[in-house]
Ligand binder design. Structure first.
Ligand code: IVH
Length: 743
């Protein structure tokens, strides 16, 4: 049961209270759905809503079609009634030239029609977004929404009122401006302040930095609500709403629901929802709306608004509670239209909904009248398109690519298609789950999307176009490049090749890792050189490094004698290493430096590590099931073992020890953080010494830190240690602890 509203006037009659609630809910819904600025918590909104519902149930005679409770309702229809438009719904000429010249052509045509010469000032336009949805005519009589109709053939559309009423951004009734002051689009210095850098243009964006009193100094004049008002605009679906709708559809299909399908794109989903005969289903499809014009409006003689410009008309619609895109702006002449087209082209991918272009309209309504129409298209407006971001094509094959780190990615090979401004022949399917979810198969007709610089992806399959009975895609269980096992670990989305040492795709990464300063360390063997050696084909696997001679190196571009000599020397030096460095250098997944040290300490010899069972590996501190399995799988790949043998044959060696009978160590169980510059030891050396003595070295200070070793110029870590009361010691104290016998 609803609790009483503290602000309700005491002693209000039910009718008064209902009117009050409707006004409040109307205002809150506008703030929430149109302005995206909720003013009360959802629970409070629900409470008011329920109170109104209860009152309406108790007093059915006071029910009202414009009540916020009356959005969903009515029975499923057999068909839609037709609606003859009072003013035809025109279409708009499309400029197919997606380059800047598209805007120039339009301006040139307009100037010619108006008889303007070179010396005349630029024509003022309104630049708008071209939303990718469907056109709707909303008819209000005395401020109440009485009918919503599709465009149809322009003369006659369909009555889709029941469905349109479910769109919360569309007011069921409109009142004179009641907007909060901060959105002061009615104020000259607010809405019409000059945008820096764009001479003379004004925008419809929020004017939050210009708090004004609503209705004061009003521009446009605060017109009263006309007796007849038709608002025209686009019903569309946001991309995130589209994604979640499709997700729900997929769940239904997976549960065996009949007659359900996923939607190809937001536009189709929106069109399907608007033309849905059952309003209850339409209510579950999340639609949005932008206003961009009007149809029939009561004339000024009959108390209707007397607009001078299209921009003024849009501002007024906004003040009456209709969503108008914030990007909408005036533009002086072709150059500002071009700038708008370019700007929105760049920002297009960041918008939460699809646009397929921009629309330019002559701002002055008098000039619009003068320009008139050709056939069914106004001469005063044009749509200037962007290259389409989605296209249809067919899947020729599904390949699996292996990345530098061994990640397997399924990729659809496509019949070439021009999309997003380039010819696309590959589209990523991301991973196994995604490929399965979309159920892409060879021979399928698919929608590919290329937005901005993002890698092209397959958005969906047109299932009704599937002709062949191609099998479902499955990820290969072996690496397509090297044939090693491909595994997908628990909780991971990706399959990975386990042949890290041998796999052609992972060559560069494997060599770089091996040569790293904290691994086997080959001084001077960095990114560029590895790139060069591998690309020239002189190094394929790690042992090839040790077979390099001066002649092979001298053949490389930009390789001076001296550098070649240095590299050979560094390679020679690297042959003498330690077991932990070597183990770490192999690049086994999940085997970091610390784990490599533990493995070496525990097993003593490389062969013992290579042959250890998962159970034996689990005995090593620091090694859990995922790590144990990863080590086992790595050494189960014959190619990896071969590389290890060849490295040993090339002379890579280390002192081998006995399996550790855990000698007590002086720093066992203690965690250190090293910060600042120490007098004698480098930070790496200090780390090695602490770890060799059984201690751990962490990167940041926490309550679990036992000691912070601080050198000169120690910064925030020292401050934090002091704040947490962690012991701070210097290098000398550390060296003393290292020398002390274990406690
Ligand atoms: S104005 C007389 N403005 O594009 C001008 N249309 O044919 C009538 N559209 O069906 C349309 N965004 O659904 C206009 N900012 C915009 C628009 C827009 C999208 C759609 C509209 C119409 C088609 C043009």
């Amino acid at each position: 049961m609803a609790t009483p509203d503290l602000f309700a006037s005491p002693g209000a009659t039910p009718a008064e209270r209902m009117a009050q609630l409707r006004a409040q809910l109307h205002q809150h819904a506008h703030l929430y759905y149109v302005l995206d600025e909720p003013s009360i918590p959802d629970a409070e909104y629900d409470r008011l809503f329920q109170e109104l519902q209860a009152l309406e149930a108790a007093h059915p005679e006071l029910a009202s079609p414009d009540s916020p409770t009356a959005r969903v309702g009515g029975k499923a229809l057999d068909q839609f009634a037709s609606v003859r438009h009072a003013v035809p719904m025109l279409s708009i000429r499309t400029e197919t030239d997606t380059e800047a010249s598209g805007a120039q052509n339009f301006d040139t045509r307009v100037r010619k029609e108006l008889g303007l010469g070179e010396g005349d000032p630029p024509v003022e336009y309104v630049a708008e977004l071209k939303f990718d949805g469907l056109a709707i005519n909303l008819r209000y009589e005395h401020g109440v929404l009485v009918q919503a109709a599709t465009r149809g053939d322009g003369e006659t559309g369909e009555d889709v009122t029941q469905n349109i009423r479910t769109i919360r951004q569309i007011p069921l009734r409109i009142d004179a401006p009641t907007l909060p002051a901060a959105r002061g689009s009615l104020h000259p210095e607010g809405a019409l302040r000059l945008r820096p850098g764009v001479a003379g243009s004004v925008t419809l964006a929020g004017e939050d930095d210009n708090p004004t009193v609503p209705g004061s100094l009003g521009f446009p004049p605060a017109f009263s609500i006309p007796a007849v008002l038709e608002v025209r605009g686009e019903v569309y679906m946001r991309r995130d709403d589209f994604e979640s709708l499709n997700e729900k559809q997929r769940e239904k299909i997976a549960k065996g629901a009949k007659g359900e399908k996923t939607f190809v794109n937001p536009r189709n989903a929106a069109a399907g929802a608007v033309r849905q005969l059952d309003p209850a289903i339409a209510a579950q499809r999340p639609l949005s709306f932008f206003a961009y014009g009007v149809g029939e409006v009561a004339p000024p003689e009959a108390g209707g608004p007397d607009f001078d410009t299209h921009f003024q008309l849009l501002l007024t619609l906004k003040s009456w509670g209709f969503p108008v895109a914030a990007q909408t702006q005036t533009a002086q002449g072709a150059s500002e239209l071009i700038a708008f087209h370019e700007k929105m082209g760049r920002e297009r991918d960041q918008l939460p909904y699809d646009i397929d272009g921009v629309v330019y309209k002559v701002n002055s309504l008098a000039l619009q009248k003068k320009l008139g129409f050709v056939t069914r298209e106004p001469r005063w407006a044009v749509a200037h398109k962007y290259p389409a971001q989605e296209q249809m094509t067919t899947v020729l094959a599904i390949d699996v690519q292996v990345g530098r780190t061994g990640k397997l990615t399924p990729v659809a090979k496509l019949a070439p298609v021009f999309v997003g401004g380039v010819t696309v022949t590959n589209a990523t399917l991301h991973n196994e789950d995604e490929a399965r979810r979309k159920d892409v198969r060879i021979g399928d007709t698919v929608i590919v999307r290329r937005a901005g610089d993002v890698i092209p992806e397959v958005v969906s399959v047109l299932l009704d176009k599937r002709t062949q009975d191609a099998p479902q895609f499955t990820m290969p269980r072996t690496c397509p490049v090297c044939g090693s096992a491909a595994v997908r670990e628990e909780g991971e989305a990706d399959y990975r090749c386990t042949g890290g040492l041998f796999c052609g795709a992972q060559r560069k990464e494997a060599i770089l890792h091996y040569a790293h300063r904290r691994a086997v360390e080959v001084e001077g063997l960095g990114d560029k050189l590895v790139e060069q050696l591998v690309d020239a084909g002189v190094v394929r696997t790690l042992p090839d490094l040790y077979k390099l001679g001066l002649t092979a190196l001298a053949g490389l571009e930009r390789m001076a004698d001296k550098s070649a000599q240095n590299l050979l020397q560094a390679l020679e030096k690297s042959k003498s290493t330690t077991l932990p460095r070597f183990l770490f250098g192999l690049g086994i997944r999940h085997v970091g430096e610390a784990t490599a040290k533990e493995l070496a300490r525990h097993f003593g010899k490389l062969d013992a590590v290579m042959d250890a069972s998962e159970a034996q590996l689990l005995e090593v501190s620091d090694v859990g099931p995922i790590v144990a399995q990863s080590i086992r799988t790595f050494f189960d790949q014959p190619h990896n073992r071969e590389v290890v043998e060849q490295l040993r044959a090339c002379g890579v060696h280390w002192p081998e020890g006995e399996p550790a009978a855990r000698a007590p160590q002086p720093l066992s169980g203690k965690t250190f953080v090293i910060t600042g510059t120490l007098p004698a030891l480098s930070r790496d050396e200090a780390k090695d010494r602490v770890e060799a003595a059984g201690g751990k070295v962490a990167g940041s200070v926490s309550k679990k830190t036992d000691y912070v070793v601080a050198g000169t110029e120690a910064g925030s870590k020292l401050t934090k240690a002091q704040a947490l009361g962690v012991a701070v010691i210097d290098e000398a104290a550390l060296l003393a602890m290292l020398a002390a016998p274990a406690a």
